[in-house]
Design a protein around this ligand. Structure first.
Ligand code: NAP
Length: 482
């Protein structure tokens, strides 16, 4: 059964059933400003019931073999893959991103499910050499228990699945709480889960008030683990709340990625890399380049090429053909970006293109903006702009740019463009970031670990590390071996 057949309000998914009893949450298309769908919600009491149902489902789920759980994950991937166009379109409508990027997000989602379907078979333990005669030691890894997964709106499907897929693979039931701005792609995910026939209670979708749902997840001892992707501010709050029960946490928080371009870089590749890292998803990415440092020898030629290409980017409704940059999530996000732009120009930066809402489009749109000679202490060099705003600054020495790049509380991603192999190694090792792209604007992939240093987070998603956050390690010691 598809959730859409039950009612015009899209239902949530609780304990194997569709539920449309709660007050409806409206979903707005940021391109048009129109409400185009609504989704049912759940309150705190409902969340408590969902945790109890997940807890009841845990034993059966964890006792399946990894191969059996993996088969379910492959079935979910199949269900999503065959609806790529529809799901990509839904992502584009609820988030605003260009359709091609929405479909790309679906492709990556499928790849994550397939990766963790295989990893489910590989949650290896160890046999540990003994130090005393007659003893034998094992370390085994076991599912941590019920997981509360809280996801953001900027990549509404794939970032949810970076939590859901490994939790399921590890043997944990999971409760997904998507962002209120973008719950629809999670409803479609729930449909794929339902179609794949997962046992009831193993995956549930909770849409609703973040504080109520979050508080129940935090305070209910049967919810053993919280995995959160979102702002550092909310992350800090959840970390504080976790103290009472020493709740297990994984945190994927904000970023402020530096992109460093050396004189010896391939200039065309570097410009292309800057365009992708800055303007993909309208700059609303935790790994977006927030500060672009260019060495003096190529500074002017970089700016010339970069501005020419940035100002030629097509801005519009994500569903229109050829659109490069869609709207931001709402008008308030544009207002914040405009504040950052104004602060930069007031402190001496030069506005080379953009800097305003484009004519004839709604309040959520912003032109691709390039700022040059941006001083280091300006707002946009310190705080996430989360918009298509590229602040560019010149540097002379390698040591100095590394110091400036690392001078932030964040440590999620960084990028370096250089053709010098020794420099590439040196700089990549010196940068304080969980991911460094060397001549690579799109470093994230299913099989490599992803996560933040410093205040960008705790733990890693994806890669062989991706299951770690959902497993407990247990030492079993055998004595008296005659
Ligand atoms: P957000 O405001 O922190 O919200 C993220 C999620 O947390 C949403 O589902 C939200 O629900 C929920 N939430 C908000 N307050 C909560 C609370 N008190 N208790 C429990 N849940 C709560 O972040 P966002 O604006 O959606 O996302 C943008 C931020 O995420 C940026 O800082 C970005 O860098 C970061 N991010 C990090 C990564 C990464 O992998 N490191 C990836 C993507 C984004 P509601 O929507 O219902 O409020």
């Amino acid at each position: 059964m598809s959730s859409s057949t039950t009612n015009s309000v899209r239902p949530i998914y609780l304990n194997g059933e569709w539920n449309d009893q709660g007050p409806a949450l409206e979903v707005t298309n940021p391109s048009t400003g129109e409400v185009f769908a609504s989704v049912s919600t759940i309150d705190r009491a409902g969340t408590q019931q969902a945790i109890a149902d997940a807890e009841a489902a845990w034993e059966g789920w964890r006792n399946l073999t990894g191969k059996e759980r993996g088969a379910y994950l492959h079935a979910i991937a199949d269900g999503i893959e065959k609806r790529t166009d529809e799901i990509g379109r839904t992502i584009s409508m609820e988030n605003g991103k260009p359709l091609a990027q929405g479909k790309g997000e679906v492709g990556m989602t499928v790849d994550h499910f397939r990766w963790f379907a295989e990893e489910a078979k590989r949650s290896y333990g160890r046999v540990i050499p003994h130090q005393m005669d007659g003893k034998r030691h094992l370390a085994i890894r076991q599912a941590v228990g019920v997981v509360g997964a809280i996801a953001p709106w900027n990549f509404p499907l794939v970032l949810a699945v970076r939590k859901v897929a490994p939790a399921l693979a590890a043997g944990c039931p999971v409760l997904l709480k998507p962002a209120s701005a973008t719950p629809l792609s999670s409803v479609l995910l729930a449909e794929a889960v339902h179609e794949a026939g997962l046992p009831k209670g193993v995956f549930q979708l909770l849409v609703g008030n973040a504080r109520e749902i979050g508080a129940e997840m935090m305070e209910n001892p049967d919810c053993r683990k919280i995995t959160f992707t979102g702002s550092t501010e909310v992350g800090r709050d959840l970390i504080r709340q976790s103290a009472d029960q020493v709740k297990k946490l994984s945190m994927e928080l904000g970023g402020h990625a530096p992109l460093i371009i050396f004189d010896d870089a391939n200039l065309e590749n570097a410009v292309e890399g800057a365009l992708i890292t800055k303007f993909r998803n309208g700059g609303q990415s935790c790994i977006a380049s927030n500060r672009i440092y260019v060495q003096r020898g190529i500074y002017d030629s970089f700016l010339e090429m970069f501005v020419e290409k940035a100002s030629a980017m097509k801005i519009g409704d994500g569903l229109e053909d050829g659109v490069d940059i869609g709207p931001l999530i709402d008008g308030a996000a544009v207002d914040t970006a405009l504040t950052h732009i104004e602060a930069a120009t007031q402190s001496g930066a030069r506005l080379l293109c953009g800097g305003k809402r484009p004519e004839g489009l709604g309040p959520s749109f912003l032109e691709a903006t390039v700022l040059a000679d941006v001083p280091e202490d300006t707002l946009c060099m310190k705080e996430e702009t989360f918009a298509p705003v590229a602040p560019v600054s010149v540097f002379d020495e390698e040591d100095d740019v590394i110091r400036r790049a690392n001078d932030t509380e964040y440590g999620l991603a960084a990028y370096v463009f250089t053709e010098n192999l020794n420099r590439a190694w040196r700089v990549a090792e010196a940068l304080e970031a969980g991911t460094v792209g060397v001549n690579d604007a799109v470093p994230s992939t299913s099989q490599c670990p992803f996560g933040g240093m410093k205040q960008s987070g705790l733990g890693r998603e994806l890669g062989t590390e991706g299951l770690d956050g959902f497993l407990e390690t247990k030492h079993i010691s055998f004595g008296n071996m005659d």
